[in-house]
Ligand binder design. Structure first.
Ligand code: ME8
Length: 669
């Protein structure tokens, strides 16, 4: 880890800049919460700390999506970027800057970087011909693809690209990169990811196509406006754009004067660990002026399932934060997922952790301690008398917890930091039981009783500091009950707990409502129905176009068990006539159909057909509909009132239909 030893340390931490084809979801919220917690930790220990997030707004994916929605790319990205900008404060994320790649400051900076690389001879013109995944905005080689030319990440067909381009001489940087990784082993973390990067680079780097000529939504190449820059060349540069030009005071955050850490998901490690340092080295930056670290975290699943778009959106982090408070979500994500590894998001696990760690452990410690202070110390801080072995033991637990948590935060391990923090809360709870202040009070030993309570109040004060990076609001609430002002960290002032230093006696405490009221079984059920509707009837996966697409697609798939005739009759299968069909904004697989089932009004059916059919090709077609399936919500007022039958993979579906002229509404039996 590269830390700065002179004066105040500077810590610059960034999230990826998110594509605006999606709205903020639990995956992007995860990265952004971690980065905010790291920012807060460094602020708390007196570092100059700066956080950057923002949006990635160029490229083919966004140009296409804007067209699909009938908007200009600029209008589309303006609208979507706003959703990100407004989302983060709801999660108590306080980024110091928010960068958009369509801003003039960014364009100027990227063009400058381009020129520097060009001057050093690392750009040359040519023609690119190979595969491209629009979802990844990334070039793919034949051997990376899945059968059927599918992108291994998106499972969607890649596109054949043949166009004039500028190539970046990435191959020239193979050896310098390998040397750099060797000299700076903490550049890529965790270690397993570093090994992946090293083995990828060692297997040979091809020159990289860094401009596109087949569309226009990008930053123009200087003096060659028929080329726009490859979106990743443009995007990666954001981390420097946001610190201004050389000489700008913000540049002090960049190495060698500051520590710059890029936190990214494992999906985009290669871009950050290979392309980005190669661009910088090529532009003349020295090794010491490269980012300090790229930390690739794992991917989240939801209730054990891969996050498809519909599933991702079924967990709305903003709604969760509004229902349960941002700190509950922050704590859960930071504590439950080992940072660096894949993890699972589950509402029930979240509520379990809330009740156990926050309610029963920390919350109880607070309410017990303050209740005892009200009873035995007039609701004020009691005087500290002579301490005994139990107090020494707790002070030692506090010292260990604070040292371990500090080290873990510094090593980008929030889960370990919180685990260590909670060892103090558990130790303090055990201490109350062992020290039994109620017994000493009963025996009339108020000096001892007060000593115990003063010890507990100090443990709580330390906890209020150590939870601040993860739970800033709850830290304020905890401190308010302890009669302490909210923390106001300042650069140069280290607030992290050091030693056991009880407060003067006689300061007012302010016992208030429970900090973490228990979520009982009834409240949990109500919350789950509200927050996780996919767990309550509606299927969680991407909108099925068919009753059982996977099984139907494979003749060898195991057949479901036999059902009796009455059960079959319970399924209301009807002939439907498609009256209209349209795309669903921001849901790239879905089409919305109006289907005549012989009823007074056509039914709305949302189906995963968009990869196989153009909307206009479906109008007038007869389909088979399961007419009595429970309505299913896709959010934003979109409700499907039935399901149609089809077979095949989602990009090559065949619709089930009937021969002859069976009128709409005819029942199949
Ligand atoms: O890749 N689990 O943007 P993006 C955990 N614009 N994290 C997840 C996640 C999941 N299931 N899904 C997404 C881009 N993320 C580029 C970045 S940077 C110069 C350009 C998080 O909108 C994770 O941080 O696709 C991942 O790397 C990022 O969102 C991808 O965001």
């Amino acid at each position: 880890m590269r830390a700065i030893s002179r004066g105040v340390n500077r810590f610059y931490v960034t999230t990826p800049i998110y594509y605006v084809n999606d709205i903020p979801h639990v995956g992007t919220a995860y990265t952004t919460i971690v980065v905010d917690a790291l920012r807060r930790f460094h602020l708390l220990v007196g570092d100059e700390s700066r956080m950057l997030t923002g949006t990635d707004e160029h490229g083919l994916k966004l140009e296409r999506q804007a067209h699909e929605e009938g908007k200009t790319p600029q209008a589309f990205v303006d609208e979507m970027a706003e959703r990100f900008r407004q989302a983060w404060p709801v999660l108590d994320i306080e980024n110091d800057d928010f960068i958009r790649t369509t801003e003039p400051r960014h364009k100027a900076y990227v063009q400058d970087l381009w020129r520097r690389i060009e001057e050093r001879g690392d750009l040359y013109e040519g023609e690119y011909e190979d595969w491209y995944c629009v979802g990844c905005e990334s070039y793919k080689t034949e051997k990376e693809l899945l059968p059927g030319n599918l992108c291994p990440i998106h499972h969607k067909p890649v596109e054949r690209v043949k166009e004039k381009t500028f190539f970046f001489r990435l191959s020239r940087w193979e050896k310098p990169l390998l040397d750099f990784y060797e000299r700076n082993p903490s550049f890529v973390e965790p270690a397993s990811r570093r090994n992946e990067v090293i083995s990828f680079v060692s297997s040979g780097l091809r020159d990289l196509s860094v401009s596109r000529t087949s569309f226009t939504w990008g930053i123009p190449v200087p003096n060659r406006p028929e080329h726009v820059m490859y979106v990743w060349f443009d995007a990666l540069t954001n981390y420097l754009t946001a610190l201004g030009k050389e000489g700008d005071p913000l540049r002090r955050y960049w190495p060698p004067n500051g520590r710059a850490v890029h936190v990214v998901g494992k999906d985009i490690l290669r871009f950050h660990a290979i392309y980005w340092p190669a661009f910088l080295l090529s532009a003349g930056y020295t090794e010491k002026e490269l980012p300090s670290q790229v930390f690739a975290h794992g991917f989240l699943t939801v209730d054990g399932q891969k996050m498809s778009k519909s599933l991702r959106n079924a967990v709305d982090p903003l709604r969760l934060a509004r229902e349960l408070g941002p700190d509950t979500l922050r704590y859960y994500l930071l504590r439950a997922i080992a940072f660096g590894q894949d993890g699972d998001f589950s509402h029930t696990a979240l509520i379990e952790r809330y009740n156990a760690d926050l309610g029963k452990n920390l919350g109880n410690l607070l309410s017990r301690t303050l209740g005892l202070c009200v009873k035995f110390s007039d609701g004020k801080t009691p005087p500290m008398g002579e301490i005994g072995p139990l107090e020494r033991e707790l002070a030692e637990a506090a010292a260990n917890a604070s040292a371990a948590a500090r080290a873990a935060w510094d090593e980008l391990a929030p889960h370990r930091a919180l685990e260590a923090t909670w060892t103090l809360s558990s130790a303090a709870n055990a201490y109350v039981d062992k020290a039994a202040p109620w017994a000493s009070a009963k025996a009339g030993d108020m000096v001892r009783t007060h000593t115990i309570l003063a010890t507990l109040l100090e443990a709580l004060r330390q906890l209020s500091v150590m939870i601040w990076p993860a739970m800033p609001k709850k830290s304020d609430g905890l401190r308010a009950q302890l009669g302490l002002a909210p923390l106001a960290p300042k650069a140069g002032e280290d607030l992290w707990p050091k030693g056991f230093t009880p407060r003067p006696a006689g300061e007012p405490l302010a016992l208030a409502a429970a900090l973490f009221p228990t979520i009982d079984k009834d409240a949990e059920a109500a919350l789950l129905t509200k927050l996780a509707p996919h767990m309550h009837g509606a299927p969680a996966a991407e909108a099925p176009a068919t009753a059982a697409p996977a099984a139907a697609a494979s003749p060898a798939a195991e057949a479901p068990p036999a059902i009796n005739y009455d059960t079959f009759l319970g399924v209301d299968l009807r002939v439907g006539l498609v009256k209209t069909a349209e795309r669903v904004p921001r849901k790239d697989k879905l089409l919305k159909l109006a289907v005549d089932l012989g009823e007074a009004e056509p039914r709305t059916i949302i189906a995963g057909l968009a990869l196989s059919f153009k909307p206009e090709d479906l109008v007038g077609r007869k389909i088979i509909v399961v007419a009595n399936l429970e309505p299913r919500s896709f959010g934003k007022g979109l409700v499907s009132q039935g399901m149609l039958l089809a077979t095949g993979p989602s990009e090559a579906l065949h619709l089930a239909t009937v021969e002859g002229d069976a009128p709409p509404g005819s029942r199949l039996k």
